[in-house]
Structures are given as structure tokens and as C-alpha cells.
Ligand binder design. Structure first.
Ligand SMILES: NC(=O)c1ccc[n+]([C@@H]2O[C@H](COP(=O)([O-])OP(=O)(O)OC[C@H]3O[C@@H](n4cnc5c(N)ncnc54)[C@H](OP(=O)(O)O)[C@@H]3O)[C@@H](O)[C@H]2O)c1
Length: 313
């Protein structure tokens, strides 16, 4: 008897959640969304997806070539702008450009998507500059873009959508990438609390591994070899060249688990921007849901033992 009652309650809760999540914000065609890193990958697909849905997309690209390609593939409603998130001047210029376009209505959505992963390697193989390079784009750039555009987002009582990663929940390789994504999680959590009183929602996207430029194996392999070449002899001898080779093998194994349907991620971003009741966190990809996020709740001794299986011996 109690089991049936519990099952019925659970079904009701799921039904309520499904119903809440299906409610869509009205007047989407009048709302502006700025997306960073639209040259390729998730940002590029999201820009095309939101454009097709009728939103006013302001697509920030790093290169003119990326911007031109995107304009050729989208409607005249979509506008592009060049943005390097590591440059304060570029951020200030883009903020002024956005302000002109959105006027009193404000900016409905800011999607902080731009990111890099290289240089990455075992921590000891990297320099401070290697860490800073990644942190500058993925974390400091994201923070500066957000601070600069937040007044416009507040005016619209809109959304900030930050692209973190499952690597912001577990960290099993060195360099600035995982650190930056843990930072994005922390920044988003405090911002979400602060923005409640203004009606602004802050959402975090946590994709698993997907086939994009950032996960391109050839580039990552080249980066490992270039880090190795620069190492002092003492470190090379301590690790041994076989460590490097096994590391590359591990990377190639990991590549086989990559998701190729990028829409799993962009659909989460779209929901965060268009649903009346967006989630605080979205996980995307089978590996995120079934592997990395569950592992993130394990005691360190167990998660270490699991990841150590894939580490060079
Ligand atoms: N793919 C995955 O498995 C995965 C998993 C979890 C999280 N993510 C996150 O998802 C986001 C998008 O990555 P992606 O997978 O779509 O890779 P991607 O195709 O490499 O896209 C990254 C975008 O960021 C741009 N960018 C790089 N440096 C920039 C800068 N300084 N200023 C402005 N834009 C810059 C890139 O421009 P260029 O193309 O011109 O360099 C590119 O358009 C990143 O934050 C990444 O960390 C990816």
C-alpha cells in the first residue's frame, strides 16, 4: 500500500516538474541574447538554433572569418561582433555595442561559452603562464564579460548562462582547465544568490565530453609533446618518455567516449534561456550523467582509485 502511495507521489512530482519546465517565456522574438565564442562548437550551434527560433542573437566571435561564416548560415536578424574575452577594451567595446542594440529593454540572455583547453598536461610539466593563459579566457574573461553586461541583464530581468563542464565537478588532469571550470561553478553559485532579488536567473551548463575543436585529439597530442620538449632533463627522466606515450594512449581512449550530438548541450542552453523555470544546473551527455557526476559524489579514495586505472603506471 505505502509503496503505491510513494510511487504515485513520485509520478506527481515528475509530472509537475515536466509541466513547469515546458512553460516558455513569451515574446522571444523581441529578446536579445549575447553568446561568446560563436566561431565553432556549442556557441556556433546555439547561435544558429536560437536564430531559427526567432530570438535576436548577438553572436560574439573571436575571428572575422568565424563571424562571416556564421552570418552566411543565419538570418539577417542575427548580428555578429568581434570579442576577445581576455581584452578589457574588447569587452568594453562590445558592451557599448550591445547597449546600443538592446536599448531600454536590456539584454535578456548572456551565454558565457568561450573557452580553451590548451596548454594542458600533468601539472608539473606546465609553467605559471600556461595556467594563466587558460584561466584568463575560461574564468577571468567570463567574470569580466559578466560584470560588464550585468546591468543590461538586470534591466531585462534576464538570464546568465555559464558554460562550465563536468571537469568543474571532478578533476583528473592537470593545467588550468579544471581549475577554471571549478571557478565558473563557484562564481555562478554566488551570482545566482545575489541576482535572486533582481529576478535574474543564473544557470550552469555541465557538458560531458563532446567532439569539438577544444577536444581535438591532434591538437591536444601536439600540446603534450610541446610541453614535454620544454621540460628540464630532471623532470623528463623522473617521468620517463613512456609516461608521455601512455598519456597520449589514454587521451585516444577517452576520445572514443566523446558524444557527437552537440544539440544535447545547446538544447540545455536553449531551455535555460527560454523556459519560465530554468534549472540552476544542466548536465549534458551520457558520460556526464552516468559517470562524471555520480563519481563526483564518491569519497576521494574511491574516485582516485577509479581514475588511477587510466593513469600511466
Ligand atoms: N567539447 C567539450 O567536450 C566540452 C565539455 C565541457 C565544456 N566545454 C566548454 O564548452 C565551451 C565551448 O567549447 P566548445 O567545445 O564548443 O569548443 P570550441 O569549438 O573550441 O569553441 C570555443 C570557442 O571559444 C572561442 N574562443 C577561444 N578563445 C577566445 C577568446 N579569448 N575570446 C573569445 N572567444 C574565444 C573559440 O574561437 P576560435 O574557434 O576562433 O578559437 C571558439 O569559438 C567552452 O567553455 C568549453 O570549455 C566543452
Amino acid at each position: 500500500m505505502w509503496l503505491y502511495v510513494l510511487l504515485a507521489l513520485l509520478a506527481l512530482l515528475l509530472l509537475r516538474r515536466w509541466h513547469r519546465e515546458r512553460q516558455t517565456v513569451p515574446g522571444l522574438s523581441e529578446r536579445h541574447v549575447l553568446i561568446t565564442g560563436c566561431d565553432s562548437g556549442f556557441g556556433n550551434l546555439l547561435a544558429r538554433q536560437l536564430d531559427a527560433r526567432g530570438l535576436r542573437v548577438l553572436a560574439a566571435c573571436l575571428s572575422e572569418a568565424g563571424a562571416a561564416q556564421l552570418r552566411a548560415a543565419t538570418s539577417e536578424r542575427l548580428q555578429t561582433v568581434l570579442l576577445d574575452v581576455t581584452s578589457s577594451k574588447s569587452i568594453a567595446d562590445v558592451t557599448a555595442w550591445v547597449r546600443q542594440r538592446v536599448g531600454d529593454q536590456g539584454l535578456w540572455g548572456l551565454v558565457n561559452n568561450a573557452g580553451i583547453a590548451i596548454p594542458t598536461a600533468p601539472n608539473e610539466w606546465l609553467s605559471k603562464e600556461d595556467f594563466v593563459k587558460v584561466l584568463d579566457v575560461n574564468l577571468v574573461g567570463l567574470v569580466e564579460v559578466t560584470l560588464s553586461l550585468l546591468p543590461l541583464v538586470r534591466r531585462a530581468r534576464g538570464r546568465v548562462v555559464n558554460v562550465a563542464s563536468v571537469m568543474g565537478r571532478v578533476s583528473f588532469f592537470g593545467g588550468g582547465y579544471c581549475i577554471s571550470k571549478y571557478g565558473v561553478e563557484a562564481f555562478s553559485d554566488s551570482l545566482r544568490l545575489e541576482m535572486r532579488r533582481f529576478g535574474v536567473k543564473v544557470c550552469v551548463i555541465e557538458p560531458g565530453y563532446f567532439k569539438t575543436m577544444i577536444t581535438n585529439v591532434e591538437s591536444l597530442e601536439k600540446n603534450f609533446y610541446s610541453c614535454w620538449e620544454k621540460l628540464p632533463e630532471e623532470i623528463k627522466t623522473s617521468y620517463g618518455e613512456s609516461y608521455l606515450k601512455q598519456f597520449v594512449v589514454m587521451l585516444k581512449l577517452l576520445q572514443k567516449t566523446y558524444n557527437s550530438d552537440l544539440s544535447l548541450v545547446t538544447n540545455c542552453m536553449e531551455h535555460a534561456l527560454t523556459s519560465v523555470h530554468p534549472r540552476s544546473r544542466y548536465s549534458a551527455g551520457w558520460d556526464a550523467k552516468l559517470l562524471y557526476l555520480p563519481v563526483s559524489y564518491l569519497p576521494s579514495a574511491l574516485s582516485d582509485a577509479l581514475f588511477a586505472l587510466f593513469y600511466p603506471k
